[in-house]
Design a protein around this ligand. Structure first.
Ligand SMILES: O=C(O)CCC(=O)C(=O)O
Ligand SMILES: [Fe+2]
Length: 228
């Protein structure tokens, strides 16, 4: 899509907001540098293995807490057993600013302290099927950032993976927040458009997505306990 055509901020559903072009090019570059380092270790980026033997086409590395289907732990027991990199304070601040921007409310970020991020890399034909982010024991919003290639993002309902859903495009620099009544909505990435990203971000190809979340876990609790 041409950068000359402004794309409006869109409330996709109650609590779900798309803010096109929210990250500056410099912020995107800095995120690419940080994610590249996290992709190297302490836990290397990998295709997540699913319990039934499948492998996700997306590659993922986590910070703060390690996600594997369908729980969070401090150590990446399904990769190399290492403890994941800490969740940096600057990313907490970025998450708070994202909520202020999405909800157009200066207080929206107050008390928001994301403690995990899933960093997804889509290349080739990578995609992500309809799912809910529901392994967190918190209903705090999810903050999603896109860098690189544009994708089709499918945002559905909280009942099931079927219609009604809305297909929108997430392009480099876009912010998408889903909280409130939309926090547990099904969503997917059915398609990435190769070659649509600007190499000036530092990403020559593919799509980088960062989702910040609040796990609601502490180091005394593990696994998939029911939400409070
Ligand atoms: O790549 C995206 O935009 C969404 C990623 C996602 O839904 C997830 O990591 O749970
Ligand atoms: Fe998700």
């Amino acid at each position: 899509m041409s950068a000359l055509i402004p794309r409006p901020r869109l409330r996709v559903a109650p609590g779900a907001v798309h803010v096109p072009g929210w990250l500056t090019l410099d912020e995107q570059r800095e995120l690419v540098v940080a994610c590249r380092a996290w992709a190297m270790g302490p836990v290397p980026i990998r295709h997540t293995r699913l319990p039934r033997g499948g492998v996700m086409s997306v590659r993922t590395v986590c910070i703060g807490w390690h996600w594997q289907p369908y729980r969070y732990t401090r150590t990446a027991d399904d990769v190399n057993g290492a403890r994941v990199a800490p969740f940096p304070d600057w990313m907490v601040e970025l998450g708070r600013r994202a909520l202020v921007a999405a909800y157009e409310d200066p207080a929206a970020g107050d008390g928001y302290t994301p403690d995990t991020a899933l960093i997804n890399f889509y290349d080739g034909d990578a995609r992500l099927g309809m799912h809910q982010d529901k392994d967190e024991r918190s209903d705090a919003p999810v903050v999603s950032l896109t860098i690189g290639d544009t994708c089709v993002f499918r945002f559905g309902n909280t009942e099931n993976r079927n219609r009604p859903y809305t297909d929108l495009e997430l392009a480099s620099g876009d912010l998408f927040v889903f909280g409130g009544p939309s926090r547990f909505a099904y969503h997917a990435v059915p398609k990435v458009h190769p070659g649509t990203g600007d190499p000036a971000t530092g990403l020559a190809s593919g799509r980088l997505n960062i989702t910040m979340r609040v796990t609601g876990l502490d180091d005394g609790s593990r696994g998939r306990a029911p939400r409070a």
